[in-house]
Write a protein of this length. Structure first.
Length: 269
């Protein structure tokens, strides 16, 4: 993967015939106790010093990813818009900085339906984020969750169920990654012999969870399943030399995985 351009809110890469752009919606600060040891006990004063803190909090980048095949663009996740903290909602600026024309985004697919991934469908001023949207994919197991979000009511009937193994296009395939949420899904993007796994919320705190994938996140709906999935996906990426792109890896959140002395290592691209 070759880097094509970068700015404060975007980094674009070439992968085969595709352009994949990391779009930084912003960041969110979270208390240290969201990190849980195996068994469920939260971290506190015993947090390893390798984890950087900002005013005593964990800082999670919030990223979305655009896949451009030259004809149209598939957007994976959409950020928070104005539905959560004001440190997020910068996806429109990121698209503009990356010179991505919003009317070329015809497909939106969600890794899962948590609020920092779905609310960008509607702009802060209430208009549609993507006026020429023709397909909206929501993991089947989370359709009801999506349809309970009042702010996105105009999209409830437009959502199409997404299943593992489904091809969104010739280059994008849905991959099961359940645990963080009941329908949590990754997207395998392939072109020219290269593979990028856009993996959603497999890792929330990269400074700790690559080395110690057994550490869970409070908002993992099923912590045991999320832990198993994290280990399986990390091994899959490391064994196959796939690049990965994460919604909460430090922006731009794209890199390679290898095995470390303990756990795994992440090398940003
Ligand atoms: Zn998330």
């Amino acid at each position: 993967m070759e880097r094509l351009s970068a700015g404060p809110h975007h980094t674009a890469y070439k992968i085969g015939d595709l352009t994949v752009t990391s779009l930084r919606d912003g960041y969110v600060d979270m208390p240290v106790r969201r990190l849980h040891k195996p068994g469920g006990e939260p971290f506190g004063d015993d947090l390893p010093s390798q984890v950087p803190l900002f005013g005593g909090a964990l800082r999670l980048s919030v990223n979305a990813f655009a896949v451009d095949d030259g004809r149209e663009i598939t957007l994976i996740d959409t950020g928070s818009s104005n539905a959560w903290h004001p440190t997020m909602g910068f996806l429109p600026q990121a698209l503009s900085e990356a010179r991505i024309a919003v009317d070329r985004i015809r497909t939106v697919a969600f890794t899962h339906t948590h609020l920092d991934h779905i609310h960008g469908l509607v702009l802060a001023d209430g208009r549609d984020g993507f006026q020429r949207l023709s397909r909206l994919f929501v993991p089947r197991a989370e359709l009801d969750m999506f349809r309970s979000v009042a702010r996105l009511s105009r999209f409830h009937d437009r959502a199409e169920p997404l299943d593992p193994g489904q091809q969104l296009s010739a280059n994008i395939e849905a991959v099961a990654a359940r645990g963080h949420e009941v329908g949590h899904t990754g997207f395998r993007v392939t072109s020219g012999g290269e593979t990028l796994l856009v993996w959603g919320d497999i890792v929330h705190v990269p400074s700790l969870q690559f080395e110690r994938p057994e550490v869970a996140w409070e908002f993992d709906a099923d912590q045991d399943q999320a832990r198993e999935t994290r280990l399986r996906i990390l091994a899959l990426a490391a064994n196959n030399a796939w690049c990965v792109a994460g919604a909460h890896l430090d922006s731009p959140g794209v890199g390679r995985i290898s095995r470390g002395e303990t756990g795994f290592r992440f090398e940003p691209l």
